[in-house]
Design a protein around this ligand. Structure first.
Ligand code: GDP
Ligand code: MN
Length: 368
């Protein structure tokens, strides 16, 4: 789950990191500060600065004009529906600062770049890093070395250590995966101000984080829609959609279809969706259809759920949508007899052997 910039900054402020004064855009009268203002689209993807999603305004009417211009516009594949208006901060230097997990060594990794801002999004050259155990924050010597390595020498070490401590606390307290400040602005009067913030939470820790602010799910429109249904979707760029029971089986099926010469458009792990109502499963058929695939392969191996429950949902989806593409189904588990009865009227191609099912779907996609 990913927080908006405004949410991330509220967390920074709550942990003692300075942020610019600001407020969400609520329409006229436009918020204003004597030094100027910045109007910022609250989309999730990075690179807003490069795409015109961040507008520097020198007059109050400019703020209103920028807000009207941005609201409802497209930024990448997101529609701008929320704006943050902030006081314009005087910037001497923009740093890049981030804290993330190094999965291989099981440590935290602190990243510091001398040239932050929009350029670091193009190239990470010049970003120095420091790994440390997650239960012990880096000491002043380690931070000093990091600053040397990043060639950031004109920075107050105590001020910097304070920001790092705040990020580290926030990271651990809220089970984050990534906390990024880019840019961390050094102002002419020697302050460090977070001009942009990105916080990604570890979704698997949600159960022990009831008080955590709710962000938006990551991923493409299709992937988010799968998440809303209780499934896990991964969008790729081929033409075959796989609907599979379980993450491990999903990866194995992607491999098998690819080895058979097919190209996967998307893979869906049904997850908890198999235990839900037929209507919710049917919604997945709609969603799969929206990708306009050449063919669909359903590969399910059930222990707890039953084949007929999935078949009922698929049949309901096939009844009402225009998914006029071949669907190959291979299911194992209880309720297969009933599943067969439900699927037969819909022209579904049933296979019992997985390798054969893969060959079948690949050749159907080829002639589509
Ligand atoms: P991103 O491109 O999506 O990461 O958006 P940012 O929030 O990082 O904004 C992009 C750039 O706009 C920053 O790197 C800054 O150069 C600039 N910017 C944003 N807020 C301010 C501000 O308050 N003052 C100044 N001078 N520049 C700002
Ligand atoms: Mn940024």
């Amino acid at each position: 789950m990913r927080l908006s910039e405004a949410q991330a900054k509220q967390l920074f402020a709550a942990h003692g990191i300075a942020i610019p004064r600001g407020e969400p855009w609520r329409g006229d009268p436009a918020p204003w500060w004597p030094g100027g203002a910045v109007v910022k689209a609250q989309t999730l993807a990075g690179g807003r600065g490069l795409r015109g999603g961040v507008r520097v305004c020198r007059t109050r009417p400019q703020v209103a004009a920028a807000a009207r211009d941005l609201l409802g516009s497209q930024l990448g594949d997101e529609t701008v529906d929320e704006l943050l208006v902030e006081e314009l901060v005087d910037v001497r230097r923009e740093l890049y600062l981030a804290l993330t997990i190094d999965r291989e060594s099981g440590t935290l990794r602190l990243l510091l770049g001398r040239e932050g801002g929009v350029d670091v999004e193009r190239s990470s050259a010049g970003v120095a890093s420091l790994s440390f155990p997650l239960d012990r924050q880096p000491d002043d010597t380690a931070l000093g070395r990091l600053m040397d390595e990043a060639a950031v020498d004109d920075l107050d070490p105590r001020l910097f250590a304070g920001v790092v401590r705040a990020l580290w606390t926030l990271f651990l307290d809220l089970d984050a995966e990534l906390v990024e400040v880019n840019p961390l602005a050094c102002t002419p009067d020697g302050r460090l101000v977070a001009l942009d913030g990105r916080v990604i939470f570890d979704d698997s820790a949600a159960f022990r984080q009831p008080g955590r602010p709710l962000g938006r799910s990551l991923g493409t429109r299709f992937e988010r829609a799968c998440g809303d249904l209780g499934a896990v979707g991964v969008e790729m760029d081929g033409d075959i959609v796989l609907v599979v029971s379980g993450a491990g089986l999903m990866m194995a099926t992607v491999d098998l279809v690819t080895q058979t010469g097919g190209r996967v458009r998307a893979a869906v792990d049904l997850g908890g969706l198999v235990l839900r109502e037929a209507d919710e499963l049917a919604a997945l058929v709609d969603l799969v259809g929206s990708l306009r695939p050449a063919a669909v392969l359903v590969n399910a191996f059930f222990q707890l759920a039953t084949c007929d429950a999935l078949a009922r949902g698929l049949a309901r989806g096939l009844e009402r949508t225009t998914l006029d593409v071949p669907m190959v189904v291979r299911m194992r588990g209880r309720g297969w007899g009933e599943a067969h009865q439900l699927l037969e009227p819909h022209g579904v191609i049933e296979e019992t052997d997985l390798a054969t099912a893969c060959e079948r779907v690949v050749s159907l996609a080829r002639v589509a």
